[in-house]
Design a protein. Structure first.
Length: 345
Protein backbone atom coordinates (compact mmCIF):
# COMPACT_ATOMS: atom_id res chain seq x y z
CA UNK A 1 0.00 0.00 0.00
CA UNK A 2 1.22 3.50 -0.78
CA UNK A 3 2.26 5.52 2.25
CA UNK A 4 -0.08 8.55 2.20
CA UNK A 5 2.16 10.56 4.48
CA UNK A 6 5.14 10.00 2.20
CA UNK A 7 3.12 11.20 -0.77
CA UNK A 8 1.96 14.27 1.14
CA UNK A 9 5.50 15.12 2.24
CA UNK A 10 6.66 14.80 -1.36
CA UNK A 11 3.81 17.09 -2.39
CA UNK A 12 4.97 19.71 0.10
CA UNK A 13 8.45 19.51 -1.34
CA UNK A 14 7.25 19.88 -4.92
CA UNK A 15 4.53 22.45 -4.40
CA UNK A 16 5.14 24.29 -1.14
CA UNK A 17 7.25 27.00 -2.77
CA UNK A 18 5.09 27.50 -5.84
CA UNK A 19 2.73 30.51 -5.76
CA UNK A 20 -0.88 29.39 -5.51
CA UNK A 21 -0.07 25.71 -4.90
CA UNK A 22 -0.65 25.57 -1.16
CA UNK A 23 0.12 22.98 1.50
CA UNK A 24 -1.77 19.63 1.47
CA UNK A 25 -5.17 19.67 3.18
CA UNK A 26 -5.16 16.83 5.73
CA UNK A 27 -8.00 16.57 8.22
CA UNK A 28 -6.12 13.81 10.05
CA UNK A 29 -3.67 16.46 11.28
CA UNK A 30 -6.47 18.09 13.29
CA UNK A 31 -7.15 15.26 15.74
CA UNK A 32 -4.32 12.75 15.32
CA UNK A 33 -1.19 14.22 16.89
CA UNK A 34 0.89 11.22 15.85
CA UNK A 35 0.79 12.12 12.14
CA UNK A 36 1.91 15.71 12.56
CA UNK A 37 5.47 16.33 11.33
CA UNK A 38 7.76 17.53 14.15
CA UNK A 39 11.30 18.46 13.15
CA UNK A 40 12.00 21.35 15.51
CA UNK A 41 14.46 20.22 18.18
CA UNK A 42 16.13 23.36 19.54
CA UNK A 43 15.65 23.62 23.33
CA UNK A 44 14.20 26.53 25.22
CA UNK A 45 10.95 28.51 25.00
CA UNK A 46 9.80 29.71 21.57
CA UNK A 47 7.88 32.84 22.56
CA UNK A 48 9.11 35.91 24.45
CA UNK A 49 5.77 36.67 26.10
CA UNK A 50 3.67 35.05 28.86
CA UNK A 51 0.18 33.59 28.69
CA UNK A 52 -2.15 36.45 27.71
CA UNK A 53 -4.89 37.99 29.81
CA UNK A 54 -8.41 37.34 28.58
CA UNK A 55 -11.59 35.29 28.49
CA UNK A 56 -11.14 31.68 27.39
CA UNK A 57 -13.45 28.67 27.07
CA UNK A 58 -12.73 26.00 29.67
CA UNK A 59 -15.65 23.63 28.96
CA UNK A 60 -18.95 23.24 27.18
CA UNK A 61 -21.90 24.00 29.46
CA UNK A 62 -23.36 20.55 28.76
CA UNK A 63 -20.19 18.88 30.03
CA UNK A 64 -20.52 20.27 33.56
CA UNK A 65 -23.53 18.92 35.46
CA UNK A 66 -24.72 20.34 38.77
CA UNK A 67 -22.42 19.04 41.50
CA UNK A 68 -19.78 17.89 39.00
CA UNK A 69 -16.07 18.46 39.66
CA UNK A 70 -13.48 18.31 36.85
CA UNK A 71 -9.69 18.68 36.95
CA UNK A 72 -8.21 20.91 34.22
CA UNK A 73 -4.76 22.00 33.14
CA UNK A 74 -4.94 25.41 31.48
CA UNK A 75 -2.99 28.69 31.70
CA UNK A 76 0.04 26.66 32.75
CA UNK A 77 -1.78 25.72 35.98
CA UNK A 78 -3.63 22.80 37.48
CA UNK A 79 -7.21 23.97 37.98
CA UNK A 80 -10.56 22.58 39.04
CA UNK A 81 -13.94 23.33 37.46
CA UNK A 82 -17.15 22.66 39.38
CA UNK A 83 -20.83 23.59 39.24
CA UNK A 84 -22.49 24.60 42.48
CA UNK A 85 -25.89 23.28 43.55
CA UNK A 86 -27.46 26.56 42.40
CA UNK A 87 -26.03 25.88 38.93
CA UNK A 88 -23.15 28.37 38.82
CA UNK A 89 -19.85 27.22 37.26
CA UNK A 90 -16.67 28.05 39.16
CA UNK A 91 -12.96 27.69 38.40
CA UNK A 92 -10.24 27.71 41.05
CA UNK A 93 -6.65 26.60 41.43
CA UNK A 94 -6.46 22.88 42.11
CA UNK A 95 -4.52 22.54 45.35
CA UNK A 96 -5.92 22.96 48.82
CA UNK A 97 -4.21 25.70 50.82
CA UNK A 98 -4.05 23.40 53.83
CA UNK A 99 -1.83 20.47 52.81
CA UNK A 100 -1.99 20.56 49.02
CA UNK A 101 -4.57 17.90 48.16
CA UNK A 102 -5.90 18.12 44.60
CA UNK A 103 -9.50 19.34 44.83
CA UNK A 104 -10.36 17.64 41.55
CA UNK A 105 -9.59 14.16 42.92
CA UNK A 106 -12.35 13.35 45.40
CA UNK A 107 -13.44 16.95 45.96
CA UNK A 108 -17.18 17.34 46.60
CA UNK A 109 -19.63 20.15 45.93
CA UNK A 110 -21.47 21.08 49.13
CA UNK A 111 -24.09 23.67 48.25
CA UNK A 112 -22.08 26.62 46.91
CA UNK A 113 -18.65 25.48 48.09
CA UNK A 114 -16.13 22.82 47.13
CA UNK A 115 -14.96 20.52 49.92
CA UNK A 116 -11.43 19.13 49.96
CA UNK A 117 -11.32 15.32 50.21
CA UNK A 118 -8.32 15.33 52.60
CA UNK A 119 -9.52 17.24 55.68
CA UNK A 120 -12.86 18.70 54.62
CA UNK A 121 -11.82 22.32 54.16
CA UNK A 122 -14.44 24.11 52.05
CA UNK A 123 -13.76 26.83 49.47
CA UNK A 124 -16.04 29.46 48.00
CA UNK A 125 -15.56 29.30 44.22
CA UNK A 126 -16.27 32.97 43.63
CA UNK A 127 -13.77 34.47 46.05
CA UNK A 128 -11.49 31.46 46.57
CA UNK A 129 -11.61 31.95 50.33
CA UNK A 130 -11.96 29.08 52.75
CA UNK A 131 -15.55 29.12 53.99
CA UNK A 132 -15.45 26.33 56.57
CA UNK A 133 -13.07 24.10 58.51
CA UNK A 134 -15.28 21.37 59.98
CA UNK A 135 -13.17 20.38 63.00
CA UNK A 136 -11.37 21.78 66.07
CA UNK A 137 -12.40 25.40 66.66
CA UNK A 138 -13.30 25.92 63.01
CA UNK A 139 -11.42 29.21 63.04
CA UNK A 140 -10.29 30.02 59.49
CA UNK A 141 -6.74 31.39 59.00
CA UNK A 142 -6.64 34.61 56.99
CA UNK A 143 -4.41 33.04 54.32
CA UNK A 144 -6.68 30.05 53.81
CA UNK A 145 -7.66 30.57 50.16
CA UNK A 146 -7.20 29.21 46.66
CA UNK A 147 -7.05 31.36 43.54
CA UNK A 148 -10.49 31.89 42.00
CA UNK A 149 -10.91 32.71 38.31
CA UNK A 150 -13.94 34.83 37.28
CA UNK A 151 -16.33 32.70 35.25
CA UNK A 152 -19.38 33.22 33.08
CA UNK A 153 -21.64 31.01 31.00
CA UNK A 154 -22.47 32.22 27.51
CA UNK A 155 -23.04 30.80 24.03
CA UNK A 156 -23.32 27.30 25.48
CA UNK A 157 -19.82 27.48 26.94
CA UNK A 158 -18.16 28.08 30.30
CA UNK A 159 -15.54 30.85 30.17
CA UNK A 160 -12.84 31.71 32.68
CA UNK A 161 -10.97 34.99 32.96
CA UNK A 162 -7.20 34.61 33.17
CA UNK A 163 -5.07 37.55 34.27
CA UNK A 164 -1.45 36.99 35.19
CA UNK A 165 -1.71 39.53 38.03
CA UNK A 166 -5.22 38.52 39.10
CA UNK A 167 -6.83 41.76 37.88
CA UNK A 168 -10.53 41.87 36.88
CA UNK A 169 -11.88 41.63 33.31
CA UNK A 170 -11.43 44.65 31.03
CA UNK A 171 -13.60 43.42 28.15
CA UNK A 172 -16.63 41.14 27.77
CA UNK A 173 -17.58 37.94 25.96
CA UNK A 174 -20.08 38.76 23.19
CA UNK A 175 -23.45 37.10 22.80
CA UNK A 176 -23.68 35.28 19.46
CA UNK A 177 -27.44 35.27 18.73
CA UNK A 178 -27.24 32.66 15.94
CA UNK A 179 -26.16 30.03 18.49
CA UNK A 180 -29.59 30.18 20.16
CA UNK A 181 -31.72 31.18 17.16
CA UNK A 182 -34.32 28.47 16.32
CA UNK A 183 -33.81 29.22 12.61
CA UNK A 184 -30.15 28.19 12.90
CA UNK A 185 -28.85 24.65 13.27
CA UNK A 186 -27.56 22.83 16.30
CA UNK A 187 -23.89 23.59 16.74
CA UNK A 188 -21.03 21.50 15.43
CA UNK A 189 -17.94 21.80 17.64
CA UNK A 190 -14.37 20.90 16.77
CA UNK A 191 -11.84 20.83 19.62
CA UNK A 192 -8.13 20.14 19.18
CA UNK A 193 -4.69 21.13 20.45
CA UNK A 194 -1.89 22.89 18.56
CA UNK A 195 1.70 23.53 19.63
CA UNK A 196 1.63 27.30 19.26
CA UNK A 197 0.27 30.36 21.12
CA UNK A 198 -2.72 32.69 20.76
CA UNK A 199 -0.72 35.49 19.17
CA UNK A 200 0.84 33.27 16.50
CA UNK A 201 -2.53 31.86 15.46
CA UNK A 202 -4.10 35.30 15.26
CA UNK A 203 -1.12 36.66 13.31
CA UNK A 204 -2.12 34.52 10.34
CA UNK A 205 -5.15 36.77 9.83
CA UNK A 206 -2.79 39.68 9.20
CA UNK A 207 -0.35 37.76 7.03
CA UNK A 208 -2.11 38.20 3.70
CA UNK A 209 0.66 36.65 1.59
CA UNK A 210 0.52 33.27 3.34
CA UNK A 211 -3.00 32.69 1.98
CA UNK A 212 -1.50 32.30 -1.48
CA UNK A 213 1.49 30.14 -0.58
CA UNK A 214 -0.06 28.02 2.19
CA UNK A 215 -3.73 27.91 1.25
CA UNK A 216 -3.37 28.15 -2.50
CA UNK A 217 -5.55 31.21 -3.09
CA UNK A 218 -5.15 32.59 -6.62
CA UNK A 219 -4.35 36.06 -5.27
CA UNK A 220 -3.41 37.82 -2.05
CA UNK A 221 -6.72 38.71 -0.32
CA UNK A 222 -7.58 42.22 0.78
CA UNK A 223 -9.52 43.21 3.87
CA UNK A 224 -10.75 46.38 5.54
CA UNK A 225 -9.69 46.64 9.20
CA UNK A 226 -11.28 48.51 12.12
CA UNK A 227 -9.63 48.58 15.58
CA UNK A 228 -11.01 50.00 18.83
CA UNK A 229 -9.10 49.00 21.96
CA UNK A 230 -9.57 45.27 22.60
CA UNK A 231 -11.89 44.95 19.59
CA UNK A 232 -10.97 44.35 15.95
CA UNK A 233 -13.13 43.81 12.88
CA UNK A 234 -11.95 42.67 9.46
CA UNK A 235 -14.29 42.84 6.48
CA UNK A 236 -13.71 41.38 3.04
CA UNK A 237 -15.52 40.08 -0.06
CA UNK A 238 -17.70 43.23 -0.20
CA UNK A 239 -18.92 42.67 3.34
CA UNK A 240 -19.84 38.99 2.89
CA UNK A 241 -17.05 37.84 5.23
CA UNK A 242 -16.72 39.56 8.63
CA UNK A 243 -14.32 38.51 11.38
CA UNK A 244 -14.70 40.13 14.81
CA UNK A 245 -12.01 39.73 17.45
CA UNK A 246 -12.61 40.31 21.16
CA UNK A 247 -9.30 40.19 22.99
CA UNK A 248 -6.56 37.74 22.10
CA UNK A 249 -7.99 34.31 21.35
CA UNK A 250 -11.72 35.05 21.05
CA UNK A 251 -13.34 35.59 17.67
CA UNK A 252 -16.66 35.44 15.80
CA UNK A 253 -16.61 34.82 12.05
CA UNK A 254 -19.63 35.29 9.81
CA UNK A 255 -20.32 34.58 6.17
CA UNK A 256 -23.57 36.49 5.72
CA UNK A 257 -26.63 34.19 5.81
CA UNK A 258 -24.32 31.21 5.25
CA UNK A 259 -22.55 30.35 8.50
CA UNK A 260 -21.35 31.71 11.83
CA UNK A 261 -18.65 30.31 14.01
CA UNK A 262 -17.31 31.18 17.42
CA UNK A 263 -13.66 30.48 18.10
CA UNK A 264 -11.75 30.33 21.38
CA UNK A 265 -8.03 29.66 21.60
CA UNK A 266 -7.34 28.71 25.21
CA UNK A 267 -3.72 28.58 26.41
CA UNK A 268 -2.77 25.24 27.93
CA UNK A 269 0.64 26.71 28.70
CA UNK A 270 3.10 29.10 27.00
CA UNK A 271 3.68 26.67 24.10
CA UNK A 272 0.36 24.94 23.45
CA UNK A 273 -3.28 25.91 22.98
CA UNK A 274 -6.67 24.19 23.07
CA UNK A 275 -8.80 25.40 20.16
CA UNK A 276 -12.60 25.21 20.04
CA UNK A 277 -14.47 26.13 16.88
CA UNK A 278 -18.28 26.19 17.27
CA UNK A 279 -20.20 26.30 13.96
CA UNK A 280 -23.83 26.91 13.07
CA UNK A 281 -25.65 27.48 9.78
CA UNK A 282 -29.21 28.37 8.74
CA UNK A 283 -31.48 25.32 8.99
CA UNK A 284 -32.62 26.10 5.46
CA UNK A 285 -29.13 25.07 4.25
CA UNK A 286 -29.72 21.46 5.32
CA UNK A 287 -29.03 19.31 8.40
CA UNK A 288 -25.33 18.79 7.66
CA UNK A 289 -24.47 22.32 6.54
CA UNK A 290 -22.61 23.32 9.72
CA UNK A 291 -20.47 20.16 9.71
CA UNK A 292 -19.64 20.49 6.00
CA UNK A 293 -18.59 24.11 6.42
CA UNK A 294 -16.58 23.19 9.53
CA UNK A 295 -14.69 20.49 7.64
CA UNK A 296 -13.86 22.95 4.90
CA UNK A 297 -12.42 25.43 7.41
CA UNK A 298 -10.62 22.63 9.28
CA UNK A 299 -9.06 21.49 6.03
CA UNK A 300 -7.63 24.97 5.62
CA UNK A 301 -6.39 24.97 9.19
CA UNK A 302 -4.64 21.65 8.62
CA UNK A 303 -2.40 23.43 6.11
CA UNK A 304 -1.17 25.78 8.85
CA UNK A 305 -0.47 23.19 11.56
CA UNK A 306 2.88 21.85 10.27
CA UNK A 307 4.17 25.43 9.95
CA UNK A 308 2.93 26.61 13.35
CA UNK A 309 4.27 23.59 15.21
CA UNK A 310 7.76 23.81 13.70
CA UNK A 311 8.37 27.52 13.16
CA UNK A 312 10.45 29.84 15.29
CA UNK A 313 9.18 33.19 16.55
CA UNK A 314 11.22 36.01 15.00
CA UNK A 315 11.00 38.98 17.34
CA UNK A 316 12.35 41.44 14.76
CA UNK A 317 11.24 40.01 11.43
CA UNK A 318 12.56 41.24 8.10
CA UNK A 319 9.40 42.34 6.29
CA UNK A 320 8.40 44.02 3.08
CA UNK A 321 6.55 47.33 3.22
CA UNK A 322 3.23 45.65 2.44
CA UNK A 323 3.63 43.27 5.41
CA UNK A 324 3.57 46.10 7.96
CA UNK A 325 0.18 44.88 9.25
CA UNK A 326 2.00 42.03 11.01
CA UNK A 327 3.81 44.55 13.20
CA UNK A 328 0.54 46.43 13.76
CA UNK A 329 -1.00 43.18 15.01
CA UNK A 330 1.89 42.54 17.38
CA UNK A 331 1.59 46.06 18.78
CA UNK A 332 -2.16 45.50 19.37
CA UNK A 333 -1.41 42.22 21.19
CA UNK A 334 0.79 43.91 23.80
CA UNK A 335 -2.23 45.18 25.74
CA UNK A 336 -3.07 41.60 26.72
CA UNK A 337 0.24 40.79 28.42
CA UNK A 338 1.40 41.45 31.96
CA UNK A 339 4.94 41.56 33.25
CA UNK A 340 5.65 38.02 34.53
CA UNK A 341 7.27 39.62 37.58
CA UNK A 342 3.78 40.57 38.72
CA UNK A 343 2.28 37.10 38.34
CA UNK A 344 0.31 35.60 41.21
CA UNK A 345 -0.10 31.93 42.10
Amino acid sequence: MTDVRTEDEALVGRMGIQPGAGMPRRLDLIRDLSVRPHVRSEPGPRFPFPIPNGWFIVAASSDVATGAVQPLHLFGRDLVLFRTESGVPRVTSAYCAHLGAHLGVGGTVRGEVLQCPFHGWCYDGESGKCADIPYDSGKIPTKAAVRAYPTLERNGMVWAWHHLEGKPPFYDVPEVPELSDPEWSDTYTAAFTIRTCCQEMAENNHDAVHFQFVHGTPAIPEQEMFIDGCYKRATSMDGFFVRETFGLGLGVLRMTNTMTFLTSTTPIDEEQVLVRWIFTAPKSAGPDAAQKIAESFLGGLSQDIPIWENKNYVERPVLTKEERTILDHRAWCRQFYSDPAGAID
